[in-house]
Design a protein around this ligand. Sequence first.
Ligand SMILES: [Fe+2]
Length: 440
Amino acid sequence: MPEYTQADYELFAKKNSIQLSEIRPLSLEERIQRLEAEMSRTDVPYPIPPNKRAPYIAAAQRGLPFRTGNPGTESVALGDYECQQHYENYTFEEHLSWACLVAQQKKTKEKFACQEYQNGEKLFEISGGVIPDFYLLNARIYQQTAWQLATVNEIIPAELFFTCHSKRFFPVTTFMRPLGTDYLEEPDIGHDVAGHVATFTISAVANVMKYHGETRNIIYAERDQQIEAVQGDAEAIRLIKTTADELLKYAGRIYWFTVEFGLVMEKGEVRDFGAGILSSPGETIYSIGGSESNRILIDPSCDQDLLRLANTDYLISEFQKTYFVLENFDLLESLTPDRILEASKKAMNLPDFTWREIVPGDRVIDVGTAMMSVNEKYHRLMAGQEMDECLTRTAIKNLNLYREGISNELLAQFKQMPREVPHEVALWFEGNLEIVNSVD
Ligand SMILES: [Fe+2]
């Protein structure tokens, strides 16, 4: 991590039109005053009752680090992933990093974020010069949306992530990315707070989040029933657990292409609402105007389109190669737990698409320069050519599925899905089964 001097701080500040004097975290006393005023509000959708207010403020007053929110009635167990926000421990440089990031985001969000997202940000005063105090932020979020923050120390398993969602808790890290960093693979406050929090106010998006949590609950309830039925058979239990986690992975793709990387039409223009996009100023510009990526209109209320999302693989290590665009937010209301689960079950047994492909039947807005044909991944695999992990993974999954045979009934669910791979590919795969399947 580079060590910056005061002169560097001034340069960073100047570049982002910030005054260093604005980087002044409030004292505990000032924060408590704001918290008391905020929590006594009754003109909000979810007012906090006095019996919940008093212990919450008392904990903040005693200088206790923020853990998981508690103005509501739900709670969530985070186990080893639990973390606290020690507000006083943030350094000047961390606050400056936040201030620079939100200043950059402000410019790109004003231009490219949809209006609902921008309204949400104003509600939570995300764009301040210092890292938000979670006591205050959490209270505000609860009052407006009934969601709360659950502080975690790193990326948490999908199962726990969605468990939190089922109870309207959103896992947030307390770490701030190093000064001068635009895109991080791992989540930080710049992503979790400056990216996600505003989306809680878009009710259709918040519902999708909650429904993913409920989908997790159904998958795990079915899993536990199946485990009970096999009466201690270790191999059967292992398989049942793997299948449940796989299902969650496919459900997670629907979340990824909407909540994290979703775009929406607004007054005839493509706009961002995905938190993964909007937390990175670079990807915000790229997602709307970049020439590399595909942009495809999607209607998740249509089963085929929902499968298109669940059957598209992606990587988290670089900007996305395909974005899906909603015509409006209402279409997300169709994403009930039952539909998410049904699509996930089908997707698991259908061939995938890589993040670079255009599929017959796609309503294409833009074809990106990174686009590849459906069969290219197989030919590259045969030729031993270098390709990204998404292509390798997809090619191997699909070749195995085609080899084992996919039911026509299932293929009929996705009419544009290729029925088979080219003959020479299938033949080559047959002769190289072991080698190919040993590829990580
Ligand atoms: Fe995220």
